[in-house]
Design a binder for this molecule. Structure first.
Ligand code: LLP
Length: 441
């Protein structure tokens, strides 16, 4: 397993993250356990900023909180001076409860409810990113009913197919997201909103997909947005304050993944922007999620049972699975693993890591080399910081794992492990189904 961030192997032969021995973390907090490397999260945020600072273009960086959103994470994002992208009332509520300043939050989503929009306006978020014509008219009515002028961005679908899994592609023409460019929808929406007295168009947004390695896809998308901007300037004398080019930068899950460095990506983007706007340049916004937190997360599991099918494979089952990481089942995502308690031992066995949920598709890794595995070993799977905790479920009524933030030898629980009582908290039994004290015969 590649060691990301502050991960290393300590003199006891155990995996250590943030100078915390992961075997001790499991003793203290139980397993499965999500471990987040605070130093690495902050380093990623600072690295992206400094890559942008090397360029001449005006920029702002944002964190796409859907990747991993908790109160503590919002605090880190605020301290690092980032903007925050939220896509639901729940993400907005988390940010507000964390004390994140509303004027640094903006709200995405293809089907925001009136209630969500009302809350966002009431909190005074910086922008609402309007996704489609229905939302545009609904927001216009709401803003005038509330007597507010609401600043907005338009989400544009640039018609770009990024080379990534179909389920995480978003920029292609046939997408549920955004105003479509090729049919003229985007242009019409601009014309419409410029006549509105309650909505204030501040710019454009596009996000073409996730875990993208192909820098050309970004280039094509930006060029199409640039065309739209020139068109709007010519036709309506409108020039955007903001051009948000989304997130989607790929990370290294396994050795097959070879993402370009963020510096290279930013340089590529800058070259296009500088050429497109030699005189006046909108503020360029970036909003990665995975790139900020993905490599900073590690999930620790305890090995339980094993099953060897001679000549076929050996299954090693851990105490979590599809409920804490649905990505292998959903996107055929690949991960690397190691035995955290015997990190120096030779990896002589080829095994498959199975989850504990009742379905054959609950497999975390199909092929991984490990030292001969024993019951009770601690298995670490790396790169689980993005879209794991945030996509976790209670399938099979498994309580969601705890999340621990580690840094400089300090381990702090930022999300408590769920209990069975938590799982039952919202269950109700209608009185007619209540257990009878006298058996009806
Ligand atoms: N901005 C917008 C508008 C987005 O929809 C997304 C992700 C991002 C930014 C951040 O993308 P990132 O930098 O994290 O790639 N559950 C899937 C990923 C879904 C991404 C949804 N949108 C997965 O586990 O791979």
């Amino acid at each position: 397993m590649y060691l990301h961030g502050t991960a290393k192997i300590n003199p006891d032969g155990n995996l250590e993250i943030g100078s915390c021995d992961t075997t001790q973390l499991v003793k203290q907090f139980g397993s499965p356990l999500y471990v987040m490397d605070e130093t690495n999260i902050r380093n990623q945020m600072r690295r992206l900023k400094s890559a942008c600072e090397q360029t001449s273009i005006p920029y702002r960086v944002a964190y796409a909180s859907k990747a991993f959103n908790t109160l503590a994470m919002c605090r880190i994002v605020e301290e690092e001076g980032y903007l925050l992208d939220v896509v639901s009332g729940g993400e907005l509520y988390t940010a507000i409860q964390a004390g994140f300043p509303a004027e640094r939050i903006y709200f995405h989503g293809n089907n925001k409810s009136t209630e969500e929009l009302r809350e966002a306006i009431n909190h005074g978020v910086k922008y609402i990113v309007v996704d489609n014509m229905v939302e545009l008219t609904m927001l216009e009515d709401l803003a005038s009913e509330m007597g507010k002028i609401v600043p907005i961005l338009f989400r544009i679908t640039p018609g770009v197919e990024a080379h990534t899994h179909n389920f995480v592609q978003t920029g292609q023409e046939d997408s549920k997201f955004g105003f479509d460019l090729s049919s003229g929808q985007a242009n019409q929406a601009v014309q419409y909103v410029l006549g509105s007295s309650s909505l204030l168009l501040k710019g454009f947004h596009s996000h073409i997909g996730s875990q993208i390695f192909d820098a050309d896809a970004f280039a094509v998308a930006i060029n199409r947005l640039v065309e739209l901007i020139h068109e709007c300037h010519k036709e309506y004398a409108f020039f955007p304050t903001v051009l948000n080019i989304g997130g989607g930068f790929g990370i290294r899950y396994t050795e097959q993944d070879t993402p370009r460095s963020i510096e290279e990506i930013i340089q590529g983007i800058t070259a296009i922007i500088e050429k497109a706007f030699p005189e006046r340049c909108p503020e360029i916004w970036l909003e990665p999620g995975r790139w900020i937190v993905g490599e900073s997360g590690t999930t620790l599991y305890t090995v339980g049972t094993m099953k060897e099918i001679p000549g076929v494979r050996k299954y090693v089952a851990v105490d979590g699975g599809i409920a804490d990481n649905p990505r292998p089942a959903l996107y055929d995502a690949k991960y690397e693993a190691m035995l955290a308690n015997r990190a120096n031992e030779e990896e002589t066995e080829l095994v498959s890591i199975a989850g504990k949920c009742c379905e054959s598709g609950d497999m975390l890794i199909w092929d991984v080399h490990l030292p001969p595995v024993k019951k009770g070993d601690i298995l670490a799977i790396s790169c689980t910081g993005a879209y794991n905790y945030s996509m976790a479920s209670n399938y099979n009524r498994l309580p969601k794992p705890a999340v621990v933030l580690v840094q400089n030898g300090r381990a702090e629980m930022i999300v408590e492990r769920e209990t069975y009582a938590d799982i039952l908290k919202k269950d109700k039994i209608p009185s007619r189904l209540l257990k009878q004290t006298v058996n009806p015969v």
